[in-house]
Write a protein that binds this ligand. Structure first.
Ligand code: SAH
Ligand code: F3S
Length: 491
């Protein structure tokens, strides 16, 4: 089976971390005269950002259409994390161009990380692009559209110290009405040597907890049953009145003393909505604290699932990646998680073939995987990103074939571990939140367990949004298969 297919099979949450996936647009708003079409790529943050953009456009009188052919404004929210993600976007732009040729008026805008990375260069390289907007400049879109109307260059890629879009109520796009994402931090200060995110999304800042709680409240009132708190490093959330996280040291003594940390926010959200599932992503191992684990244990509605990217199992590589922990510290953290939350699902991100990676480093990665036996993972070959420390300073001496071979070994190992994990649920009864119809059969529902494992079972009289008890009778490496035995008291 091709690598890409295996990777997709192993993915539990198809919208997570995938730089290639399309989420086309959404609710048609027939009453609006002006229609916009938004396509999103990349991480959950990008999907959440597109919902902010839809809200900003709504105030300008734009409705959102599912059909690119009805739209006068076509936006593509882009990802730069790997070269392949950027190639996908360029191909889509070619397609947009073919449509634009037959139209009298169609504005094409590039949003997100690629806009930030390539800036004005985009207008020269991609002649069809009218508008380039970085992740912190979405509020400027109405002004930029006026610039476009007057045939002026419309680019805003300024990164901000404060912007969190806390004052914007996102318009939910392509929603199942059951699970929603709420951004709590923006940017990243970690400077992992391979990663473009600190350059494209700027410095880390946290969002006002009041606006987070309001957004969650609103979602719960609308019937949503699962909220995922989002950020590049959610555990590093820190509210001391606003501004960059790195300026916390300059905050007043009172601000520092009364600062709200991730565990506090998590507890506030979980306590306010005991019948709503709370998830969070992503946890950088360096920021994951005992306090967060204790809050997870205290609240039954916080899901037993932690996404804990490690990137490599070799100390030498972790150091070159500028990850702030060793292999041993990571393993200790896994032990602590299992001690406090014995049934916790743990997932990972892994990079195969980082520059200078030796066969022994790779074996260390496989060995670490054997230690953890992750529930699932997102696995990639190293992709050199221009401007990063690794691209500038470390020679990429691992041939592409070796990278690919190592990746396939990592993926195969993960498949075995995933199968081991799903096998543990055979004959058990698990609580599942029904999200949608199963892709394979319209007679089955699909949902997830607290550990984030996809579960399918015959529909009976249950409906989307129900929490149900499901007796597990069979499984594959990625999916639990069972029979719903009744509504659940659990979440
Ligand atoms: N904040 C997260 C990572 C976000 S980026 C963390 O705590 O680690 C999502 C994933 O993309 C990363 O975990 C990494 O595995 C992968 N990735 C990032 N840059 C990459 C690159 N240059 N090549 C290959 N994979 C990369
Ligand atoms: Fe990237 Fe590392 Fe931040 S992977 S998003 S720089 S934690």
């Amino acid at each position: 089976m091709p690598l890409e297919d295996i990777k997709q099979k192993l993915e539990r949450n198809p919208r997570d971390h995938d730089g290639t996936r399309i989420q086309s647009s959404y609710k048609d708003s027939k009453s609006s005269l002006k229609l916009a079409y938004i396509e999103s790529y990349g991480c959950q943050m990008n999907f959440a950002d597109s919902e902010v953009v839809a809200s900003i456009l709504g105030k300008e009188g734009y409705g959102i259409t599912e059909s690119i052919h009805d739209a006068s404004l076509v936006l593509i929210n882009t990802c730069s994390i790997r070269e392949k993600a950027e190639q996908t976007v360029r191909k889509r732009l070619e397609y947009f161009n073919s449509i634009k040729k037959g139209r009298t008026k169609m504005t094409v805008g590039v949003l997100g990380c690629m806009a930030e990375r390539l800036k004005h260069q985009f207008l020269e390289e991609e002649k069809i692009v009218d508008l380039v907007v970085g992740p912190d400049a979405y509020k400027d879109i109405p002004n930029l559209l006026q610039e476009v109307a007057q045939d002026r260059e419309a680019v805003n890629v300024l990164l901000s110290k404060e912007e969190t879009y806390g004052d914007i109520a996102p318009v939910r796009l392509n929603s199942n009405g059951v699970s929603a994402f709420v951004s709590i931090t923006r940017g990243c200060d970690n400077m992992c040597t391979f990663c473009v995110v600190p350059f494209t999304r700027g410095r880390e800042r946290s969002r006002d907890p009041k606006s987070i709680l309001e957004e969650v409240n609103d979602l719960v009132l609308k019937g949503y049953k699962e909220i995922t708190l989002l950020g590049q490093n959610v555990d590093s959330y820190l509210w001391f009145g606003g501004g960059l996280k790195k300026d916390f040291v300059k905050a007043s003594a009172l601000q520092q003393k009364t600062a709200l940390r991730f565990e506090d926010l998590l507890a506030l959200v979980a306590e306010a909505h005991p019948k709503t599932r709370i998830r969070f992503s992503t946890s950088n191992p360096q920021d994951m604290s005992l306090d967060v684990l204790k809050v997870m244990k205290k609240f039954d509605n916080i899901c037993n699932s932690i996404h804990l990217p490690v990137q490599s199992g070799s100390n030498a590589i972790l150091k070159k990646m500028n990850r702030q922990h060793t292999r041993e510290e990571y393993m200790k953290l896994i032990d602590t998680i299992r001690e406090i939350l014995p049934n916790c699902g743990i997932s990972h991100d892994m990079i195969a073939g980082f520059p200078s990676e030796t066969e022994q480093d790779h074996q260390d990665t496989l060995d670490l995987m054997d230690y953890v036996k992750y529930d699932y993972g997102f696995m990639f070959t190293y992709s050199e990103r221009p401007g990063t420390h690794a691209a500038r300073k470390i020679i990429d001496d691992v041939p592409e074939v070796v990278k690919k071979k190592r990746l396939s070994q990592i993926i195969e190992k993960q498949r075995q571990h995933s199968r081991f994990r799903t096998g543990q649920y055979l004959d058990q009864t698990v609580c599942v939140l029904i999200e949608k119809e199963s892709k394979k059969s319209n007679k089955d529902w699909s949902g997830r367990t607290t550990q984030n494992t996809v579960t399918v079972f015959p529909k009976k009289d249950f409906k989307i949004g129900d929490f149900v008890e499901v007796k597990i009778t069979d499984c594959t490496s990625a999916t639990l298969i069972g029979e719903a035995v009744g509504l659940s008291e659990r979440v």
